[in-house]
Write a protein that binds this ligand. Structure first.
Ligand SMILES: C[S@@+](CC[C@H](N)C(=O)[O-])C[C@H]1O[C@@H](n2cnc3c(N)ncnc32)[C@H](O)[C@@H]1O
Length: 228
């Protein structure tokens, strides 16, 4: 069973983009390996050099994690999905596919609210979404998510948190109040970057926020949080 959506147009775009993203992995490994060996890398807040290096990188969510997110969206019959960190729009396509399924099957509205602040990534993502035939289901909020998510309208069914770790806490503070009971929030690499996610976990574990969380054993750890 393939991890990619069944629709041939979406599949073709995703096959190409996942391959492009994977092809950048050695360059990413070399950069962060060099910085780590030099002892001047702080994962809690990327510095200017790291931000500059990452500005044009895809860093797409791995296909198994993205497919899992799509399955959770299907199970939830998700119609309002928020993607925190969209880059070139790869995981956005994985999320928009099940939203389209529910809209086609049951009628009504559905959308993925995508967020990205690099203008070149936004332009490229729009092109990928149009090519895949899913652009009408995606609302891109271009700019710093700390501004663009301020006027979020709930209820939100599903959130993918795939962002530099320092942005996870500001994002969940804006989105958390709009989660419907039963909503799911998935965050990437929470074991690998546990220290950098400390303030995010403090939010998840605060009883006032009514969340229950568990780390799933995907590579790097995938945080699965339910609004109870
Ligand atoms: C890990 S990548 C997202 C990958 C994407 N989910 C995918 O699977 O294709 C994180 C993205 O978040 C963007 N980003 C980082 N900080 C941001 C902020 N404050 N507001 C909006 N976007 C931001 C980065 O430019 C980067 O493209």
């Amino acid at each position: 069973m393939s991890l990619l959506p069944a629709d041939p147009k979406v599949r073709a775009v995703l096959e190409r983009l996942h391959a492009q993203s994977a092809a950048q992995d050695p360059e990413l490994g070399a950069y962060f390996g060099r910085r780590a060996r030099a002892g001047d890398l702080d994962w809690r807040a990327l510095d200017e050099d790291a931000h500059r290096f990452m500005a044009d990188k895809m860093v797409a969510l791995e296909p198994d994690k993205a497919a899992f997110c799509a399955q959770v969206c299907r199970a939830l019959r998700a119609r309002t999905v928020v993607e925190v960190g969209s880059s070139y729009g790869v995981s956005t396509l994985h999320l928009a596919d099940p939203v389209r399924e529910v809209v086609l099957a049951e009628g009504g509205a559905g959308r993925v609210i995508a967020t990205e602040y690099e203008p070149a990534k936004c332009a490229a993502a729009r092109g990928h979404w149009a090519e895949a035939g899913l652009v009408d289901l995606i609302e891109l909020r271009e700019g710093d998510l700390r501004e663009t998510l301020k006027d979020l309208q709930g209820p939100v069914d599903f959130v993918l948190m795939d962002i530099w770790t320092e942005m996870a806490r500001p994002a969940i503070e804006l989105i958390g109040p709009h989660l419907r009971p039963g909503a799911v929030v998935i965050a990437d690499n929470t074991t690998q970057f546990a220290e950098a996610y400390a303030d995010y976990f403090a939010y998840l574990n605060d009883p006032a926020n009514r969340l229950r969380t568990q780390t799933l054993p995907f590579a790097g750890g995938l945080e699965f949080t339910v609004r109870v």
